[in-house]
Design a protein around this ligand. Structure first.
Ligand code: NI
Length: 228
């Protein structure tokens, strides 16, 4: 690991205000473009030594990278570079495409005014959220609010599990491309169709929403090159 880390530190600290920002920005760029490969363990003391900083800013930088889904904290192993791949993303979207329309279809007839209000609040929260690392969680809660009345606990658990995986890809994408790339138009259209109890329209919007996300992530991996 040390050699791949050392190669990152060449164009040095002066552009960054603090050691934390320096470490965060340098590691983030290398994770996003694949120079630090998924699954690579990053030990705090080793990163601190290579960057010539103390461990405290390294710990804080890693915490920020975890919030952006760029690092995972694995028990007994510590921080590792998040393992993502074009194949895993495509699989995730295929599963979402199968599960979520089923949950939505069962749920729509039973949704209440409170459910619609909660979903609308979550859209507003996503619009106002400046912390990119929270957007994925709000997205998951918005979708689950619309599926919640399906009355099928296992189906909902599976749907939520896949939304949590999608959350990683969403945050990863936001980290790479920035907040302005997230449109709420599809969320608003989905909520509006559900409120009209128009199941066919709601399912069509949902499928388009998942397909758009899948195409965006596929393009991200293509731009990055290969299967890194
Ligand atoms: Ni969404």
């Amino acid at each position: 690991m040390t050699s791949s880390l050392e190669a990152l530190t060449v164009d040095g600290a002066p552009r960054h205000r603090t050691a934390t920002e320096f470490v965060e920005a340098t590691l983030k760029a290398a994770i996003l473009d694949g120079r630090l490969a998924g699954g690579l363990p990053l030990r705090q003391e080793e990163v601190a030594a290579v960057f010539g900083v103390s461990r405290m800013p390294v710990r804080e930088a890693m915490r920020r990278l975890e919030a952006q889904a760029l690092l995972d904290f694995v028990p007994h192993k510590g921080a590792v570079v998040t393992e993502i791949s074009a194949e895993d993303a495509a699989d995730n979207y295929a599963i979402r495409r199968a599960l979520e329309p089923a949950a939505l279809t069962l749920s729509i007839p039973n949704l209440t005014a409170d459910d619609f209000a909660r979903a609308a609040d979550l859209i507003a929260e996503m619009d106002a959220e400046t912390d990119e690392s929270r957007v994925g969680e709000l997205n998951r809660r918005f979708h689950m609010a619309l599926y919640a009345r399906a009355g099928r606990a296992k189906l909902l658990a599976l749907a939520e599990q896949q939304l949590a995986v999608a959350d990683r890809y969403l945050r990863f994408h936001l980290a790479a491309k920035g907040r302005e790339h997230l449109s709420q138009d599809e969320h608003r259209a989905l909520l509006a169709a559900a409120e009209r109890r128009d199941t066919d329209a709601a399912v069509a919007v949902l499928l388009g929403h998942v397909d758009t996300a899948a195409a965006t992530i596929a393009a991200f991996f293509r731009e990055r090159g290969g299967s890194r």
